[in-house]
Design a protein around this ligand. Structure first.
Ligand code: ASP
Length: 922
């Protein structure tokens, strides 16, 4: 092929390439060019290929890495066997863009095939634009979030967006309920962009703190602030060289305990000496790009260890030699290797490459620059940072990251990440578990608690010290757990004597706060596991199950009323009865008057009497109906049919009424009713006369506060607005209030059980309003939670928990004999209280009879002439004496004053009340 036809083909080829490149079809372009170059015949690469490097002051390590990479490739017989790479490195000031641009032109003038570096974003961007204009490959190894597709820059650093996804995936996999992002440079927020815009952030919005550190300033103040906010998970984005001082400051402010988790975004965590922190139990993790399984890895690290490239390195068995290879160094090596591989591939395909001097002044672009760039982007190489490949836009969006965790043995691989699979945790969890178990053995755990028998109470002996002062179910429980896990512990009462409640600003009080602030390792008492608390702390599996119920004073026996014999019939019925009695008597009187058969001969010996007599006088009628009402007979009996009908009906009426009365009276007098005014929470909610409340700042209060159930809502509205307050500061104070009466305490069933066992005058009302459990609380993310849970499970299966419950709940001394409630009734003998009223009525009747007899006596005395009688008192006492002395059945007749004009008035009264006709006639 002639020179003219050759250049014609090249021109055509470039035209096609230009068109294809404008449509982002680099692959096709390469294929077309490859085909054309084969068609043109094979051409050799130049013997010496110059590579330009721009090294900023302070980046000498990188310069050495660049030179080392070139040397290594030159000594490689396989890569570029016919050519030799030569380094042309230009030194420039740190972040000096002007100098960078000038030095880049100098390099191009010398005919370099590519420019590597510099490492800072601004100068690199300047070099990039120069290279873009002149079509010269520009190779970067820096994190650049402004990277655009379709330029002449090949950046080996993982694509910013993909890296951000890796950070997001890791944080999500940790399932943190809250965290803080601490960063120094503004770009950090771009690095964490994917995490910040993830829906997860909306879910836990209030619980994410984003804080910027002022570069160079101490970290302690900010760390303290974060610690105070109860945040235990931190994402730290500080320059690699500041990581150690950051961690040291964290240690100084007590933020390097086992409860803290740090995720360091730097990819160079493996290069830092973390020995100082590896035994503290703090979970420190990060990503590593450097792949220690790369074929040349061992080789390179050994060479660098020997100091041949100017570093002091250690080579030990335990991968500490990894420390020698920073991400930058590895990327620089890979950059040179990738470039060499691309040239090698071009050479293999017979691609002609010439290296002219390129002038920044003339701005004449290099015809083969783009070709090399596209070769670099299409081939796949394996380097110190794993597989190097680029996406269709020229970004290294697919790469592998190793997840590393700090353990007692230093940084260990715990998983990996790649774009397609996401995060994969492969860490040895059994080993981690064993490590935690071992660390717990030497620990003294601080336990926060609250005095509430039978869970925890103070012993009577006040001379006792420390843990010996306490006794109770929870003391025994922790003792048993400590036996299983082998830790020591110290009990300390919570300062504000509350369990833990969140206020409207999201701040906790009580034991929950002490856990959040790291003042305690465990909270052990009757601490209820709730959803809200789970957000702030961690709970073990429950060691006891319960629910809310009502504690109330047992109703006392009703004192029977004096006139309780009236109770069987209502007042209304009594009134009707009296009315019926009077009405029927009157009716009978009238009927008897009408009926001719009721008029009889008063002297049967006289067949023709002048007068007839009717026995149903008004008084006799009343006596008759009264006698039948009281189920007694009387000498008056009806003779006529009409009066017999009236009497029969009246007797029937009295039969039914008296039977009903008797039946009901038996029930009333023999059964003691002990009704409680409330039977359930609904009853409580409906009324206002009995006060009710619960423990302040506890889960019971929170239950009512957050309940949407109408009854509980109503109860909460009442409790919240009641004045004086119906909330109590402790269960014991609540019990005292219940005992005083007219107050019901909403309390947890297990506590109620304990209290009613010892207070026979108290009882539980109704069933359980909810169902929950008590658990041991630990700070969020505590490594001991799983261990404690398994110890509880073990105790449960061994029956120890049941035994402890028996020990602390059963009351040997006092056994309450349950008195009958309204649910169970039985008869008992009647006391004077029950029938006293009847006696009263009897005595009243007798008194009335006495009064009447005195009246009768006085009335009769009036008929005796004055000269014949003495004073009323003397007469009365004489008569009384006569009656008491049982002086006989007869006595002399006393003279009466003669009636004015009636001879027939031979009234024969023998004495007051004694009738003796014989004596009177004689
Ligand atoms: N055990 C409860 C708590 O943990 C106390 C209560 O509210 O009854 O808050």
């Amino acid at each position: 092929m002639t020179k003219t036809s050759e250049s014609l083909v090249l021109v055509t080829c470039k035209a096609i390439a230009k068109h294809l490149s404008s449509t982002n079809m680099h692959y096709n372009w390469v294929i077309v060019l490859t085909w054309l170059s084969s068609f043109l015949g094979s051409k050799a690469l130049p013997e010496v290929i110059k590579l330009g490097g721009l090294s900023e002051s302070g980046n000498e390590v990188l310069q050495s890495a660049f030179r080392y990479a070139i040397d290594r490739i030159n000594s490689d017989n396989y890569l570029l066997p016919n050519s030799r790479l030569s380094a042309n490195v230009q030194q420039l000031e740190y972040q000096d863009s002007f100098q960078a641009s000038r030095k880049a032109c100098d390099l191009l003038d010398q005919g370099v095939a590519a420019i590597f570096g510099p490492q800072s974003i601004e100068p690199s961007a300047t070099v990039q634009s120069t290279c873009d204009v002149l079509n010269v490959p520009h190779i970067e190894t820096l994190w650049d979030f402004r990277a655009r597709p379709d330029n002449h820059t090949v950046n080996l650093f993982p694509f910013a967006n993909s890296l951000s996804k890796a950070y997001r995936d890791l944080v999500k996999s940790k399932e943190w309920k809250n965290f803080a992002i601490i960063y120094e440079e503004n770009e950090a927020l771009i690095r964490l962009e994917e995490l910040l815009k993830d829906p997860l952030m909306r879910e836990i919005k209030q619980k994410v703190l984003v804080k910027q550190l002022v570069p160079g300033q101490e970290y302690r103040k900010l760390l303290k602030e974060i610690g105070k906010a109860g945040v235990k998970n931190l994402i730290v984005d500080v320059p690699t060289e500041n990581i150690v001082s950051f961690l040291k400051h964290a240690k100084e402010v007590d933020m390097m305990s086992e409860y803290y988790n740090y995720f360091i975004t730097s990819l160079d965590l493996h290069t830092i000496d973390l020995e100082e922190f590896q035994y503290g139990g703090t979970n420190i993790s990060g990503f590593r790009l450097v792949d220690d399984t790369a074929p040349e890895f061992e080789d390179i690290s050994q060479v660098w260890h020997s100091g041949s490239v100017g570093f002091s390195h250690r080579k030990t068995k335990d991968k500490t030699y990894l420390k020698n290879i920073t991400t930058e160094v590895a990327l620089m090596y890979d950059a040179v290797k990738l470039f060499a591989s691309a040239l090698h591939e071009m050479d293999r395909r017979g691609q002609d490459v010439n290296l002219p001097a390129i002038s920044c002044e003339t701005e004449q672009p290099w015809s083969q620059g783009s070709l090399i760039v596209n070769y670099m982007r299409t081939i796949t190489a394996r380097g110190l940072t794993g597989e190097i490949k680029f996406d269709r836009y020229g970004f290294r969006s697919e790469f592998n990251l190793k997840l590393v965790d700090l353990t007692h043995e230093g940084l260990q691989e715990a998983g990996d990440w790649n774009l397609n699979v996401g995060i994969r945790i492969t860490g040895n969890s059994t080993k981690a578990f064993e490590e935690v178990k071992a660390s717990l053995k030497n620990k003294t755990l601080m336990i926060t608690t609250i005095i509430n028998p039978p869970y925890i109470s103070l012993k009577e002996d006040t001379t006792l010290k420390d843990n010996n002062r306490y006794e109770g179910y929870c003391v025994d429980l922790i003792e048993e757990i400590a036996k299983v896990l082998g830790f020591k512990y110290v009990f300390r009462e919570v300062a504000d004597r509350t369990y833990g409640k969140k206020n409207e600003w999201g701040e906790w009080n009580g034991m929950i706060r002490e856990l959040i602030e790291g003042k305690a390792d465990l909270a052990v008492v009757d601490l209820t596991v709730t959803y809200e608390r789970e957000d702030a702390v961690d709970f073990t599996m429950p060691f006891m199950n319960l629910g809310i119920s009502i504690l109330f004073k047992r109703p006392t026996k009703k004192v029977p009323k004096l006139f309780s014999f009236l109770s069987p019939l209502s007042l209304e019925v009594w009134v009707y009865m009296v009315t019926a009695f009077l009405g029927v008597s009157l009716f009978l009187f009238v009927v008897a008057r009408f009926s001719p058969y009721e008029w009889t001969n008063p002297h049967p010996c006289d067949p023709h009497p002048d007068t007839l007599e009717n026995q149903f006088t008004l008084l006799n009628t009343l006596w008759f109906t009264g006698g039948s009402l009281l189920q007694q007979g009387c000498e008056v009996t009806p003779r006529a049919m009409s009066t017999r009908v009236v009497s029969g009906i009246w007797w029937f009426f009295t039969l039914i009424m008296v039977s009903s009365y008797t039946a009901n009276l038996a029930a009333f007098l023999t059964i003691q009713r002990m009704t409680s005014p409330i039977e359930s929470a609904e009853d409580l909610a409906k009324q206002t006369s009995i006060q009710y409340g619960c423990l302040r700042s506890g889960s019971t209060q929170a239950f009512f506060k957050h309940s949407n159930f109408p009854t509980f809502k109503r109860m909460w509205n009442y409790m919240e607005s009641a004045r004086p307050s119906v909330f109590v500061d402790s269960n014991m104070k609540g019990v005292e209030r219940v005992k005083k009466g007219n107050y019901a305490l909403l309390m947890e069933s297990t506590s109620i059980e304990y209290i009613i066992e010892r207070n026979c005058d108290l009882m539980q009302i109704g069933g359980l309003l909810d169902s929950k459990g008590y658990g041991i609380a630990t700070p969020s993310g505590s490594p001991y939670r799983t261990l404690l849970s398994s110890a509880i499970l073990k105790l449960q299966e061994g029956g120890i928990l049941q035994m402890l419950k028996q020990r602390w709940w059963k009351n040997e001394e006092k056994y309450c004999v349950m008195e009958e409630t309204s649910h169970s009734v039985s008869a008992s003998e009647l006391g004077l209280d029950n029938v006293g009223g009847v006696f009263l009525v009897l005595s009243t009747g007798l008194c009335v009879a006495c009064l009447i007899v005195i009246l009768e006596f006085t009335w009769k005395l009036r008929t005796i002439p004055i000269e014949e009688r003495e004073s009323l008192c003397v007469e009365l006492s004489r008569e009384l004496k006569f009656a008491i002395m049982c002086g006989g059945d007869s006595k002399p007749v006393r003279k009466e004053s003669s009636p004015p004009s009636n001879d027939l008035s031979l009234i024969q009264f023998s004495s007051l009340g004694n009738f003796n006709s014989k004596e009177a006639i004689s």
